[in-house]
Ligand binder design. Structure first.
Ligand code: SF4
Length: 491
């Protein structure tokens, strides 16, 4: 026979008229309150009860902070608050700033981008309103350096036109697997400020095992080229903090089992930022994914442990940061936007990011281009020679993606206390759920955001030991001015 218990619950008298608009949740035994200006604060349960019942007023120890952050109406600075919200959302009026060009494709026969297409892309991109932009060159199933002729032509044309008439801040990045790298190409890249992004997947055992499946050069060759570039920068008197190879890490099942060794390899090689990012299952066939892939939970467990190890090293005086955490922390701890299109609401597909296939077809994001390569052109915007930047941002597909990724408008997403620091890609939601709107509880991307943000806020909540929070603050404050990553941790 079951026993009956009675629990008495008292409903607090919420003074809604005295409160600013905020969302809240419980983290690490405290209540986290956040609002649309990305202001946040932790409260004890008692303090939170005082807040919502209107007892935090003039003279209360938390009043000034609540007033300044817009959590209470008394003394609420509407103009100041509106300014902060506008600053947080300025990506919506900035114009496309991340242009991803696929220079060569080998997956369905050899195709290289033509000179005519490259010129049309340069034209379109330079007409973006954005005062700064990144051109990211990649290959599909191949090294983009196989089409070095076009890379050279495009970079030199854009640089010339920019100097003569346009005057934007430009950044060029080549994501190369190094199979087509030569000393001449390296020298040209260094002299034209073209950044090399390449993979080093950890120690030789892990890297070489990964590369059998993912392609690319051996560990020895990757390490040699990274050293070659970095040494040349130093020889030319460049500051290694500013000029260095952007080293990335493909996290496979091998990596999960060797996390500490991977971090140690980076530290030993003087690489100061480790970018932890899961592979996207959508890019692999079932057999390959079965051998190198993992579940979302496995990845997130790995992420937490590896981040903790990186923080432990910082505690021992080692200067090394983690890129994904730094992007979130920039949103949490500064007033800046790290420029990660997938951490924006609405998501920056088509408004901040554009992807161009070898043949000049334009897509709102790289995932849409990959989807089209797999046979589904739902998100194709049209050929580059028939579009202008203004037409793209007003394109019905881009508008639909923006509406579907505006977190304020989605059930459950709108109430989430992580909303100011988060975002979803409507294209990835479509790939996962068959619907650009999707549902929060089925979204792997959301699960990733939630897990990582919870981990970070737990560290920021720790009042007994603030040393970790100090490290996290330092990462946020010394981040690069504009990141060009299109996507972040969640799958
Ligand atoms: S994606 Fe998930 S974690 Fe981020 S705001 Fe939406 S519901 Fe919250």
């Amino acid at each position: 026979m079951s026993e009956q218990h009675t629990v008495e619950l008292s409903i607090p008298e919420i003074e809604a008229d005295n409160l600013g608009y905020f969302r809240w949740g419980r983290i690490a035994g405290q209540v986290l309150v956040t609002n649309d200006a990305a202001e946040w604060a932790f409260f004890s349960e008692d303090e939170f009860a005082e807040l919502i019942t209107g007892k935090i007023g003039e003279g209360h120890s938390r009043f000034d902070e609540c007033k300044e952050k817009g959590l209470v109406r008394e003394g609420f600075d509407l103009d100041g608050f509106a300014l902060k919200v506008a600053q947080r959302n300025r990506h919506v009026r900035r114009g496309p700033y991340l242009h991803i060009l696929t220079l060569t494709r080998r997956s369905d026969g050899e195709v290289d981008m033509s000179s005519e297409t490259a010129q049309q892309i340069a034209d379109l991109a330079l007409h973006s309103m954005s005062p700064a932009m990144t051109f990211l060159f990649q290959g599909d199933g191949a090294d983009p350096l196989q089409n070095f002729t076009m890379l050279k032509e495009l970079v030199e044309t854009v640089q010339d036109r920019n100097t003569q008439t346009v005057g934007k801040t430009l950044r060029f990045v080549v994501a190369s697997n190094l199979t087509a790298m030569t000393e001449e190409i390296a020298e040209w890249m260094i002299s034209h400020d073209v950044i090399l992004r390449t993979d080093l997947d950890g120690p030789a055992k892990v890297h070489d095992a990964n590369r059998e499946t993912l392609g690319g050069v051996t560990h020895a060759d990757a390490a040699r080229w990274i050293e070659h570039f970095n040494k040349r920068y130093v020889d030319l008197g460049r500051d290694p903090k500013e000029a260095h190879v952007d080293v990335r890490l493909a996290v496979t099942r091998n990596t999960l089992e060797a996390a500490r060794a991977v971090v140690d390899e980076y530290v030993e090689r003087g690489i100061r930022t480790i970018h932890l990012q899961p592979l996207s299952a959508a890019r692999f066939d079932d057999d390959t994914w079965a051998s190198i892939g993992y579940s979302a939970d496995e990845y997130l467990g790995f992420y937490r442990n590896t981040l903790d190890y990186i923080l432990e090293l910082n505690g021992r005086g080692v200067d090394v940061s983690e890129g994904t955490a730094t992007a979130y922390l920039t949103k949490i701890l500064t007033t800046e936007d790290p420029g990660i299109v997938d951490l924006q609401s609405p998501n920056g597909a088509g408004t901040c990011q554009l992807a161009y296939d070898v043949d000049g077809r334009v897509f709102p994001c790289e995932e849409a281009r990959v989807l089209a390569a797999a046979g589904d052109s739902s998100f194709e915007l049209g050929p580059v020679n028939e579009l202008s930047c203004a037409e793209i941002v007003r394109h019905p597909t881009v508008r639909a993606l923006a509406a579907a990724s505006l977190l304020d408008a989605q059930p459950m997403w709108a109430d989430c206390w992580y909303k100011p620091f988060s975002g979803v890609s409507a294209v990835r939601t479509f790939i996962e759920q068959g619907d650009i709107f999707g549902q929060r509880h089925r979204s792997t991307e959301c699960r990733g955001h939630e897990a990582i943000l919870t981990h970070l806020f737990e560290k920021l909540a720790n009042q007994d030991d603030t040393s970790v929070a100090e490290v996290l603050k330092r990462w946020a404050e010394t981040r690069p001015p504009l990141a060009d990553d299109r996507r972040l941790a969640p799958f």
